[in-house]
Design a protein around this ligand. Structure first.
Ligand code: EVG
Ligand code: ZN
Length: 264
């Protein structure tokens, strides 16, 4: 049976098809600890993250049964650089993780605290000689083949920039359903202006195949969405006639990794 988040096919069972779930030493997500021994260490060399996200004009919005995913056509020119990165990365897709109440849902945690949701912007290194697509990057064994930007979502004011996305959730209620995104979508408008304060560490995909190929950049400043917008996520079905309630993987052991912080 395909993997998911239920008792029968959830994170505790993924090791059966993906042994790295239990044997990997750089798995994601993690709990971002800000004080004490294993805490994130300030690195003054960390620069702001630079994104170039021209409004997407052609994209598919899909409910794949374990998340909802916005994927622009391959020709999109969106790029990522700066921060801890030494290369330019190409935008592949964004998707979300959420819970069925406001006290859970994010994948990364901060001192054990979960946010109600987490937005992942997935990119792949477009300057590597070893691969030339997202799928190839995932299978490349390159430790920084991918870079995923993580943004926490918290409940507050309605997020007008994300409204075109949350308004579309009812149209992809059924797992496996997708719609062509109508019009343009300005992802840049969703993000905080300054991408200066973040945690960064070497990790993995948080869903099978759990490949350990991700440079993670998780931003300190959450993005606000309204309760109604959060509720819209909670109505999306998982393909077994039930809403997806909690498509987040619990935190994984840090092992010998260190987490760097771009802020004090
Ligand atoms: N959740 S995530 O961003 O680590 C990801 C991207 C593709 C598969 O899993
Ligand atoms: Zn994700």
């Amino acid at each position: 049976a395909p993997w998911g988040y239920s008792k029968e096919n959830g994170p505790a069972t993924w090791h059966k098809d993906c042994p790295i779930a239990n044997t990997g030493v750089r798995q994601s997500p993690i709990d971002l600890i800000t004080t004490g021994q294993t805490c994130a260490k300030y690195d003054s060399n960390l620069k702001p993250v630079i994104v170039s996200y021209p409004a997407f004009s052609e994209a598919t919005f899909l409910n794949n049964g374990h998340s909802v995913q916005f994927q622009p056509s391959a020709g999109n020119l969106s790029e990522l650089s700066g921060g801890p990165l030494t290369k330019k990365y190409k935008f592949e897709q964004f998707h979300f993780h959420w819970g069925n109440n406001d006290s859970e849902g994010s994948e990364h945690r901060v001192n054990g605290k979960m946010y109600p949701a987490e937005l992942h912007l997935v990119h792949w290194n477009s300057e590597s000689p070893n691969f030339s697509s997202f799928q190839e990057a995932v299978g490349s064994n390159d430790p920084h083949a991918l870079c995923v930007l993580g943004f926490f979502l918290k409940v507050g004011a309605e997020n007008a920039s994300l409204k075109p996305i949350t308004d579309l959730l009812s149209k992809v209620k059924n797992a496996g359903s997708s719609v062509s995104f109508p019009g343009k979508f300005d992802l840049k408008a969703v993000l905080p202006e300054t991408l200066t304060d973040y945690y960064t560490y070497d990790g993995s995909l948080t869903t099978p195949p759990l490949a350990e190929c991700v440079k993670w950049i998780v931003f300190k400043e959450p993005i606000e969405v309204s309760t109604a917008q959060m509720e819209a996520f909670r109505a999306v079905d998982d393909g077994h006639g039930k809403p997806i309630t909690g498509n987040y993987r619990p935190p994984c052991p840090l092992h010998t990794r260190t987490v760097a912080a771009s802020f004090k």
